[in-house]
Design a protein around this ligand. Sequence first.
Ligand code: AHR
Length: 496
Amino acid sequence: PSATLTIDPAFTIAPVNRRTFGTFVEHMGRCVYTGIYEPGHATADENGFRKDVLELTRELGVSVVRYPGGNFVSNYRWEDGVGPRSSRPRRLDLAWHSIETNEFGLDEFNQWCAKAGVEPMMAINLGTRGVQEALDLLEYTNHPGGTAISDLRESHGASPYGIKLWCLGNEMDGPWQVGHKTPTEYGRLAAETARAMRMIEPDLQLVACGSSSSKMPLFGTWERDVLRETYEFVDYISCHAYYGNDDGDTASFLASAVDMDHFIDAVVATADHVGAELKSSKKIGISFDEWNVWYGERSRRTDGPGDQWEVAPRRIEDEYNVTDAVVVGNLLISLLRHSDRVGVACLAQLANVIAPIMTEPGGAAWRQPTFHPFAITSRLAAGQVLRISPDSPTVHTARYGEVSAVDAVATYDDGKVALFAVNRSTEGPVEVTIDVSRTGVTSIDEALIVHDADPLATNSAAQPDRVTAQPADAGLVDGRLTITLPAISWTALSLR
Ligand code: AHR
């Protein structure tokens, strides 16, 4: 089978948005404790941050990191995590049925962000708390000084953090959420919180909670009702999506990006519908602030309390394989393709908890297979995102019907092209011919592929580099690029 596509710099969608390459650090399982933070570890710095994980975070090309949850945030008191460690309380974390020691908190997170070279994205608790606590938190993080709460921060030796991007709660549509609300209850609270936060700092960028998945019973009406309340006060509505291959329907799993495309289009349409009702010319963006492959996703809501309250227990430490990496690469293609509306996206999460980076307490850190498409896309995508319409054979899927086997997106920056492409077929290779004549490129800088004879191959502490990106064979003659995409593969090309 063969496919053709054309890369034309005239067909721009939007500039590449660096915030597309965000991730997420939640106080959940071992994401913080023994993930990014482990005093006493051989690589720990003076703050207790694991330098091996910091290095991998930089290599991953992360731009923004959402914190501290997730479900965790909905019964979290940010004040618990600041000031002298000896007086920080131990608390029950109801979301993950764990003990939170508060050894790591707001100041540590912001110090970690500075070292990792990433922008912090803070979530506030609108489950058990409200407007006043959000204002206090904003005063602590951003106000220069001379008030009780900003002086408290100064007394902790910290300058203002200048955090611009804020989530107004988390998954408030989910019955598992502490302080779960109806769309109107949540919309009112989010609107009032946003309005008050803007009285301190008008140019904040605020995210209202959308549905926690497109399978939620209120999906569509939740977004509509929340935006009817919040439209003029927020910049983004959130999307969350996790895809797994629990039922072994690999063909459908490989086509997960089709679902993500529909999801984004549906939320954009809903937001624009509310904009039309309100006769507003403002456009609401999408903050896709949780996305990934997650096995057992369907059972997660009922994971249920264990018998014991533990500190940093192992939770959802999924081990990813080559097929998962191809899906992650394809989900990034979908996000990039929607750069005109997706302003923020966060791979959930960063370390240990459904994560590209794994660690052992006191031991090694390594890259999961999913690490590679993310890191390479973040490194190569630049300039303008270009629309690509592959003419490709199709694959039959039980969930989405006939879908294109080849999916792709390209970026164009000052004479340089980056192309990201997947072959979602489980059956066999596709020969792809790409017309690049309109871009003026004449040579291939890099050609990398994530693929393996064993699509279930994984990495581990013992074999950390069993799955990596390998050089791919491609030819470029007279404006025609040719490459073979093997079944279940993700490829990146950098051309100049
Ligand atoms: O990322 C894990 C969890 O998934 C988050 O805490 C929650 O927001 C979502 O349900």
